[in-house]
Design a protein. Structure first.
Lengths: 186, 184
């Protein structure tokens, strides 16, 4: 009786989704996933760390944004304006892989592991501010890639960001090397 | 298996892994989509979660059980965690995911403006149960799983699941048909 009532509350049955259009679209998603190098996917077990690290970065970014923006980096808006300017009115230029690579390097230098136990509170805040800046810049690069229609690059940047936020330095270095060309920043 | 999607072959994905991923997809994508669609507020959320579930499956392909039934339960477990995390996740600006969302029957995600009173009461009662109990009842009622199969999805012991299922059913019944004391 109870199970019958529960079954009746189903909004959609499996057989309703067994449709050629759904199959084709779902298959395209799987096709796309398989094009991402395995080392670029964030380890599932690090999900909690990633969420905690990202939350810390966002919270700190709100408070230290002033420092971050005067620390030598470009804001997301500036990045976009520069790219639009380079590509002409209304034309966003895709980020060059070298730009992404440099940003990856900046991220690694900032590193969420800036929470060095031996460092001072101020050191940690500076490190986190730099990490927040790197995150914002990566988001800007991702948006530029999307605007330019380079979804492949945008997706690689997203996957890299997720990997970096996990705080796994080795995985991040592997991600940067495999996804963005290693030393090809020049 | 005929490879009708040769572009799926990628240098980073050995042929054996590729074939396994395709087989997993072909065998279970409808069930996984169904699971997600029944628990998602929008087609976009279901499509995004679908992508995440198979991303986990691809990355952890070696951990996916070989037996088809066990593999499906494993995927349900991943789907459950994926939905739990969905509120925290950024929705991907992904053309392919958007295209999948567009193919899903939108009507399935929108509660009818007027629905039979009994169904509305069941939904309201389910919402009042603890999340794990409600999910256990849904796995049995919606996915048609037995207690031991639901136990695998929820990562619980079979006996624990049976007793929890018994209590959840009793609690749901009492919510649907409260005694005078409970009404007061």
């Amino acid at each position: 009786m109870t199970d019958d009532l529960l079954t009746a509350t189903m909004t959609v049955a499996d057989h309703e989704l067994d449709d050629p259009a759904v199959h084709t679209a779902a298959r395209a998603v799987i096709d796309d996933l398989a094009s991402i190098p395995r080392s670029l996917t964030p380890p599932r077990r690090q999900g909690r760390r990633a969420v905690a690290a990202a939350a810390a970065v966002v919270a700190l970014a709100a408070g230290i944004a002033g420092y971050a923006l005067t620390a030598g980096g470009s804001s997301k808006t500036e990045l976009r304006e520069t790219a639009v300017s380079a590509g002409g009115p209304g034309q966003a230029a895709p980020p060059a892989p070298a730009d992404v690579c440099r940003q990856v390097t900046a991220w690694l230098e900032a590193d969420l592991a800036a929470a060095d136990p031996a460092g001072t509170d101020q050191d940690r805040d500076v490190g986190r501010a730099r990490a927040a800046l790197a995150l914002a810049q990566l988001e800007g690069l991702r948006d530029l890639a999307l605007d330019a229609g380079d979804e492949g690059l945008a997706r690689r940047i997203e996957v890299f960001m997720a990997t970096a936020q996990s705080g796994d330095r080795l995985a991040t270095e592997a991600s940067a090397s495999e996804g963005f060309g290693g030393d090809a920043c020049a | 298996m005929a490879d009708i999607y040769p572009s799926m072959r990628h240098p980073h994905l050995p042929a054996e892994r590729h074939d396994r991923l395709v087989a997993l997809f072909e065998a279970h994508h409808v069930a996984v989509l169904g699971y997600l669609a029944r628990r998602s507020a929008t087609p976009e959320q279901a499509a995004d979660a679908f992508s995440d579930v198979f991303l986990v499956a691809w990355r952890r392909l070696d951990a996916v059980p070989a037996a088809p039934r066990d593999a499906r339960l494993w995927l349900y477990g991943v789907a459950r965690h994926t939905l739990a995390n969905a509120r925290r996740a950024h929705r991907r600006n992904d053309r392919l995911v958007a295209r999948l969302a567009a193919t899903l029957p939108r009507s399935a995600f929108v509660a009818p403006a007027v629905e039979p009173t009994a169904l509305g009461q069941v939904r309201a009662a389910l919402a009042r149960l603890p999340d794990d109990d409600a999910e256990l009842l849904r796995l049995v009622g919606w996915e048609g799983l037995g207690p031991s199969e639901a136990a695998a999805v929820l990562d619980l012991g079979p006996e624990t699941t049976r007793s929890r299922l018994h209590r959840a059913r009793a609690r749901l019944r009492s919510l649907l048909d409260p005694t005078p004391e409970e009404v007061r």
